[in-house]
Design a protein around this ligand. Structure first.
Ligand code: PHE
Length: 473
């Protein structure tokens, strides 16, 4: 049918621009802030191994599926799913997959922006030299005082939302593409400099061992779900961000190759972040499992003691803000694209509306760290006993909404979309092409089954940890 659809929002200037933008979406707080702290909380190597398996067997095939849906549909995820379902004679309810993505994106951005605000604040704090010679207790108490102040958190969250929405309002070429072209390469350079520093610390090998030496006694079913959820989160899958970026992808670009490149870059950044952070953690006798504050409580100690620490520390937090910024843009793009398409609003108006909604939702996270830190609305359920509003938002989005979104994307592309269409989008002319067959097996069977099993296990119905332990000892 309409392979000639074009996007009303414009197109990337080419393959390189798409790779930059999608990598910009994928690489973010997930890699640098979240990956280290959840790895620390879940005991290191075994968690990392499960996460890597999820990236390879679930993440990459679903990323290809999601880019494909976007490029075929050429619209915001809601409208793309509506039209693609019609094209495949499937239920019109598929458009709710687009809706759940839009909602997940706003929910994620609401807390993401608050954490990005911390990073923004830490750029200035580090630059001011407050961390020079700081002790462990000092860094912890500075962080503690900071998050205890709702007004400060609100101010930085507000500033970050304004920066994000400014780029979003300018549109695909004017805003997104220009921003990522400059941001992504800068980020890589800064990471390499920091890795050089970490490699010269006495504890580099201990950090590497923590990351790469799996000990399956340290991982629980909940940990497996967290690892899988994080594979979706870190690749920006399951909520339409990659779909909407795919909708701006020119026809001739290879979906398989670009998806693999993006996933590799994202994984590389996460592992490098781990290799930077854990040696610093161990060299300073810090605690790997200290939660969302990990990088904010530990890195300043390192920066406070290393030569040129003020400079490198400032650089590090600038990097974190850049990475968060390019991800935030993609979190809200599905909602903005939809408002423009269906309500005929300008991009500027749509950006302001969605930005304000997200900003308000962000108050829940701002308050979770101070005034409402004792408000644990689901504490009667044992796994949520200690969960604040922030923890619940994180769990709901990363561990539930994204995997379910990804599962449905895999089912739609694997079982509902016509084979000729998936073959055409992947530029495959022979149905027994090896790569195509492998991809089909992964999207039709492996990814959906894996998501379901991990869910069942995390809710206690099926014991996958025993299986892992049996295989890997
Ligand atoms: N992938 C981003 C990160 O790792 C977060 C994100 C999730 C962005 C979902 C878009 C969609 O920080």
């Amino acid at each position: 049918m309409s392979t000639s659809r074009t996007s009303m929002h414009g197109e990337w200037s080419g393959r390189f621009a798409f790779i930059l933008a999608a990598t910009g979406s994928a690489v973010g707080l997930g890699n640098i802030w979240k990956f280290p702290y959840i790895t620390g909380e879940n005991g290191g190597g075994a968690f990392v191994l499960i996460y890597l398996i999820c990236i390879a067997c679930i993440g990459i095939p679903i990323m290809m599926a999601e880019v494909m849906l976007g490029r075929r549909g050429r619209q915001s995820p809601i409208n793309a799913m509506r039209d693609l379902a019609e094209e495949a004679d499937a239920s019109k309810y598929w458009k709710y997959l687009g809706w759940s993505g839009v909602i997940a994106g706003l929910l994620i951005l609401s807390y993401y922006s608050v954490i990005a605000g911390w990073a923004l604040a830490y750029v200035f704090r580090t630059a001011s030299g407050v961390f020079t010679d700081v002790t462990g207790d000092g860094a912890r108490s500075l962080f503690g005082q900071f998050i205890a102040d709702p007004e400060k958190l609100l101010a930085w969250h507000t500033l970050f939302m304004v920066i994000t929405m400014t780029v979003v309002a300018r549109g695909v070429k004017g805003g997104l593409e220009k921003a990522v072209r400059f941001l992504m390469p800068t980020l890589l350079v800064i990471l390499i400099i920091l890795l050089g520093y970490a490699m010269n610390l006495g504890e580099f090998s201990r950090g590497a061992e923590f990351l790469f030496n799996p000990d399956f006694s340290k991982i629980s079913a909940a940990g497996v779900l967290t690892a899988m959820g994080h594979a979706f989160f870190t690749l920006s899958l399951g909520m339409g961000a990659i779909m909407v970026y795919g909708s701006y992808l020119p026809r001739k670009v290879s979906i398989a190759k670009t998806s693999i490149i993006i996933a590799l870059m994202d994984t590389l950044v996460a592992l490098v972040a781990g290799l930077i952070i854990f040696p610093i953690v161990f060299a300073n006798g810090l605690e790997p499992g200290s939660g969302p504050g990990l990088i904010f409580q530990t890195l300043p100690i390192a920066f406070g003691h290393m030569p040129g620490g003020t400079f490198f520390g400032t650089l590090f937090f600038i990097l974190l803000v850049f990475a968060a910024w390019t991800s935030s843009i993609s979190l809200i793009e599905p909602a903005v694209a939809w408002l423009v398409e269906n309500r005929g609003h300008t991009r500027i108006y749509a950006s302001v509306v969605m930005g304000v909604v997200t900003w308000m939702l962000g108050l829940l996270t701002v308050l979770s760290f101070n005034l409402w830190s004792d408000f644990k609305p689901l504490s009667s359920i044992s796994i949520f006993e200690n969960s604040t509003m922030f923890d619940l938002l994180d769990y709901l989005t990363a561990n539930i909404m994204l995997p379910i979104g990804g599962l449905l994307i895999a089912v739609f592309v694997g079982w509902i979309m016509k084979r000729e269409i998936t073959m055409a989008e992947l530029d495959i002319h022979n149905p027994i092409h090896k790569g195509y067959r492998v991809w089909q097996i992964l999207v039709k069977y492996v990814a959906p089954v894996a998501v379901v099993i991990v869910f069942l296990k995390a809710t206690g119905i099926f014991d996958i940890a025993t299986v892992f332990k049996a295989i890997f000892g």
